[in-house]
Design a protein around this ligand. Structure first.
Ligand SMILES: Cc1cc2nc3c(=O)[nH]c(=O)nc-3n(C[C@H](O)[C@H](O)[C@H](O)COP(=O)(O)OP(=O)(O)OC[C@H]3O[C@@H](n4cnc5c(N)ncnc54)[C@H](O)[C@@H]3O)c2cc1C
Length: 239
């Protein structure tokens, strides 16, 4: 296997056009490749500046999970901190998690941030939404969002060998007509999301949320949503 390390987006695009497979920290692919054989050509984005941005409103696809500290909103920092073990987090990347993994602990956080993805394809760079990112699995260069007013993240403890633990993420955004609360829940391997205008009455906000994708959420999971929303400024009304 030849591993290319392009240093610019245009060089990465050329690698892609030559059929290079993107690789992050190889925490997922290594075992599969050892078993099934290595691809002829792979490329890492670790030397591409656009894939290494890290800030309040952006993160690059090549950023290692362990680097996601107080520079990113808490919802994303906590999501990254909850992935696997320290050894995995020191190697695994944002792109590998969001595009390449089945668990995608970062996805609920990215959804509530209303993040947009900048992706690289053989014919160029373009912006897309998270559902297309997950469905079409292009090469992720970076994510971009507007900083929320407040946010929260919770991942329940899982049992070894059991189903993926519940994840609940939420964020309050300033909207033109007032605040908007976004909530995303990973239940099993499914990720549900909904939003509601912030209000002065928590029960009204919760009712509005419940009427979105969460109508069939099991009671125990809804309790976790309820407690998280109640703790956010947007769940109690605008402060
Ligand atoms: C012990 C262990 C525990 C784990 N626990 C969790 C957990 O709790 N929560 C969770 O969410 N995940 C968990 N994972 C999975 C983890 O998220 C992935 O292993 C990791 O995120 C993959 O990142 P990577 O950079 O190593 O990807 P790689 O292994 O390098 O690649 C994985 C896939 O992603 C593709 N890919 C890589 N980078 C990009 C990119 N920029 N754009 C598009 N595609 C790309 C590759 O082509 C490949 O198909 C766990 C993994 C392990 C080994």
């Amino acid at each position: 296997m030849l591993l290319r390390l392009p240093t610019s987006v245009s060089a990465a695009q050329e690698c892609l056009a030559e059929g290079a497979v993107p690789i992050g920290g190889a925490t997922l692919v290594w075992a599969t490749w050892q078993r099934d054989g290595f691809p002829e050509l792979a490329m890492s984005l670790r030397d591409v500046p656009e894939a290494n941005v890290l800030g309040r409103e952006t993160v690059g696809g090549a950023v290692v999970l362990d680097r996601m500290d107080g520079r990113v909103p808490d919802v994303l920092r906590l999501a990254a901190a909850g992935v696997g073990t320290g050894a995995v987090r020191r190697t695994a990347t944002v792109g590998g998690n969001l595009v390449g993994s089945a668990l995608r602990c970062l996805l609920p956080a990215a959804i509530v941030l209303d993040a947009r993805a900048t992706v690289l394809e053989p014919h160029g760079v373009h912006e897309t939404d998270l559902s297309e990112l997950v469905a079409k699995r292009p090469v992720l260069l970076s994510l971009r969002w507007r900083e929320p007013i407040a946010c929260a993240y919770r991942k329940l403890a899982g049992e070894a060998g059991g189903p993926p633990p519940l994840v609940v993420a939420s964020a309050v955004h300033a909207d033109d007509g007032g605040g908007r609360l976004r909530v995303a829940v990973r239940e099993g391997y499914d990720v549900l999301s909904g939003s509601a205008p912030c209000g002065t009455d928590t029960e009204e906000v919760l009712d509005a949320l419940r009427a979105t994708a969460f109508a069939d959420l099991p009671a125990a999971a809804w309790q976790v949503v309820r407690s998280q929303v109640t703790g956010l400024p947007g769940g109690r009304g605008r402060d």
